[in-house]
Design a protein around this ligand. Structure first.
Ligand code: NAP
Length: 246
């Protein structure tokens, strides 16, 4: 489905990003695996991607850093020769009540989740626009749609990604590039592993499908949005949340 395309996935060493990178590779795309610190996990993802018969490379990069992001994006484009698909997935949380949240924690979460997505979109857009059917996919969150106690930084970043998605969709439409956001609900990854047990138990009553989602269930949508099957969908926010935000 994606044979001959090149996909860049940020935060691809673990969790949802890993599942997306492997989903892209399984469907024939070459993959650039961007990670922050988990070098050995990123290399495991790389080896697994290669086992699907595609080219894969791993790149260490703090997506929040404008200059670092620029040089890595240029290296990726030079290494692969083209970039067709960008998935802005890298994210962190630093939860606290709004009235106790530090400026540092607010800015850190905005920096990785929102500025990171801007940086990669900004630095790779000229390559993605050269693709005949470029795709940008931003991993937002149910928290960006509904808000969530203790997540003022994260909700603001994820809501910001929705605005970024719609603007990119409008600006890049003339080059046949689509830009969509995925809003996952509770997904079983390292990020949610730290949730208090009481919150995890509440998931079975607040989520209509009565369970957490898997990273692969998010990746399935990302692969669809990256493919030709989604050619008339742009500027959309699609929830993968078991009905949470319904
Ligand atoms: P995760 O398991 O904690 O993985 C986070 C990934 O982001 C890792 O690959 C990490 O790299 C990378 N990363 C973190 N900071 C980075 C930075 N500064 N520069 C580059 N990469 C960085 O998280 P996840 O649950 O898979 O979440 C993935 C995305 O989905 C995030 O944007 C998250 O907000 C969103 N999301 C998750 C859920 C959920 O329930 N899990 C729900 C809604 C939305 P290292 O391994 O190198 O640290």
């Amino acid at each position: 489905m994606l044979r001959g395309k090149t996909a860049v996935v940020t935060g691809a060493s673990r969790g949802i990003g890993k599942a997306i990178a492997l989903g892209m590779a399984q469907n024939g795309a070459n993959v650039a695996i961007v990670y922050a610190a988990s070098e050995s996990s990123a290399h495991e993802v790389l080896k697994k991607a290669e086992s699907f018969g595609v080219a894969a490379r791993a790149y260490q990069c703090n997506v929040a850093d404008w200059n670092e992001a620029r040089s890595v994006c240029e290296k990726i484009a030079a290494d692969f020769g083209s970039v067709d698909i960008l998935v802005n997935n890298a994210g962190i949380i630093k939860d606290n009540l709004l009235r106790r949240m530090s400026e540092e924690d607010f800015n850190a979460v905005i920096g990785v989740n929102l500025s990171g997505a801007f940086n990669f979109t900004r630095h790779l857009s000229r390559f993605v626009m050269r693709s005949k059917a470029g795709r940008i996919i931003n991993i937002s969150s149910a928290s960006g749609i509904m808000g969530n106690p203790c997540q003022a930084n994260y909700s603001a970043a994820k809501a910001g990604m929705i605005g970024l998605t719609k603007t990119a969709a409008k600006e890049f439409s003339g080059k046949n590039v689509t830009c969509n956001a995925i809003a996952p609900g509770f997904i079983d990854t390292d990020m949610t592993a730290a949730l208090p047990q009481a919150v995890k138990e509440r998931i079975s009553t607040t989520v209509p499908l009565r369970r957490m989602g898997t990273a692969e269930e998010v990746a399935n949508l990302a692969v669809f949005l990256a493919s030709e099957l989604s050619s008339y969908i742009t500027g959309e926010v699609i929830r993968v949340d078991g009905g949470l935000c319904m």
